[in-house]
Design a binder for this molecule. Structure first.
Ligand code: NAI
Length: 342
């Protein structure tokens, strides 16, 4: 169960050796919203991946220049640009992985749910395109509110008859990246060694770091647990406030999304040891979607690691109970939106 986690963005030294064919296959990847604050650095980071043969950049504006710029990097992925709805089909045709950071980000004082009215419609339209042009692709949804946009995507795919719950992911990697960073700083650990699973969802109290399951094992006082939990839950707001109206996390998000995309591709490529936390359809609780550690494989989610919810501390158990009503509301809001539009 304890596979090596978070090794992404490292080219495997043994690529090409015998055993699993990791590093041998290449994939077509589309980034939707590629000209944005996240889209640009994310596209740069994944352009460095040896697992990508084609990188298709789609946006409603300003994407030609981004593609021209990136195409000069001497890494193997071929970069192409697609602008506006009329080019969405060509951007998506037969891709293996679709990454969606399209939509508006938060400004100070806003919750992720305040973005619903704009981003819900954007995600719905883009997922209709995915259903029509690359129904077998893995889908990484970054657009907030993730707690609702993932259920919207599921409903759209169901209505089109192509829903495979193993292939739809809400990207919560940034919560893990933040948890790892803050815990390592607090405890004086080597960053590279630290892994903190983060479960639940991706907004406020629905973000629940399982500090008791930190690897390597480390003791926290109740005060440290409270302080770290609250900081991890509010870390996005820390960035929104520091940017003072200029948007939300883009660079750390691009890093996290690139790590998650790389893990998805390593799973597709047959690497047998790829684990990440993600917000997926799940039966670990009575809610239809929940983030836990998942094992990634050739068809997407290979296994949901239900052990994440076992052996929790009293603090964590209470937090799971407390987050469920907000998460349930966000899921229902997404489902209602998608059904009303169908
Ligand atoms: P941004 O405004 O800088 O970029 C968004 C891009 O989406 C723009 O280039 C825009 O032209 C494009 N876009 C808008 N409508 C589109 C459509 N219909 N089709 C294709 N592209 C479209 O925003 P930023 O900072 O890149 O954030 C993007 C999203 O990611 C936001 O919803 C934000 O809340 C979310 N986010 C999610 C995080 C997570 O952990 N999952 C963390 C940080 C942000």
């Amino acid at each position: 169960k304890q596979g090596v986690r978070g090794r992404s963005l490292q080219v495997r030294a043994d690529a090409g050796a015998s055993g699993p064919k990791s590093g041998q296959s290449t994939f077509k990847v589309a980034v939707l919203g590629a000209a944005g604050g996240i889209g640009q650095p994310l596209s740069l980071l994944i352009k460095m991946s040896p697992l990508i043969s084609e990188l298709r950049l789609y946006d409603i504006a300003n994407v030609k220049g981004v593609a021209a710029d990136l195409s000069h990097c001497n890494t193997p992925a071929q970069v192409s640009a697609y602008t506006g709805a009329s080019e969405l089909a060509a951007a998506l045709k037969d891709v293996d992985l679709v990454i969606i950071p399209a939509g508006v980000p938060r400004k100070p004082g806003m919750t992720r749910d305040d973005l619903f009215n704009i981003n819900a419609g954007i995600v719905r339209t883009l997922i209709e395109g995915v259903a029509d042009h690359c129904p077998n692709a893995l889908i990484n949804i970054i657009s907030n509110p993730v707690n609702s946009t993932v259920p919207i995507a599921a409903e759209v795919l169901k209505a089109k008859g192509v829903y495979d719950p193993k292939k739809l992911f809400g990207v919560t990697t940034l919560d893990v990246v933040r948890a790892n960073t803050f815990v390592a700083q607090k405890k004086g650990l080597r960053l590279i060694d630290v892994n903190v699973p983060v479960i639940g969802g991706h907004a406020g109290v629905t973000i629940l770091p399982l500090l008791s399951k930190t690897k390597p094992t480390v003791e926290f006082t109740p005060e440290e647990v409270e302080e770290l939990t609250v900081r991890i839950q509010n870390a996005g707001t820390e960035v929104v406030e520091a940017k003072a109206g200029a948007g939300s996390a883009t660079l750390s998000m691009a890093y996290a999304a690139a790590r998650f995309a790389e893990s998805c591709m390593r799973g597709l490529d047959g690497d047998s040891d790829v684990y990440e936390c993600a917000y997926v359809q799940s039966e670990v609780t009575d809610l239809p979607f929940f983030a836990t550690t998942v094992k990634l494989g050739k068809k997407g989610v290979e296994e949901i690691v239900a052990e994440d919810l076992e052996g929790l501390t009293e603090y964590e158990k209470k937090a799971v109970d407390a987050l469920k009503s907000e998460l349930k509301g966000s899921i229902e809001k997404g489902v209602t939106f998608a059904k009303k539009q169908a």
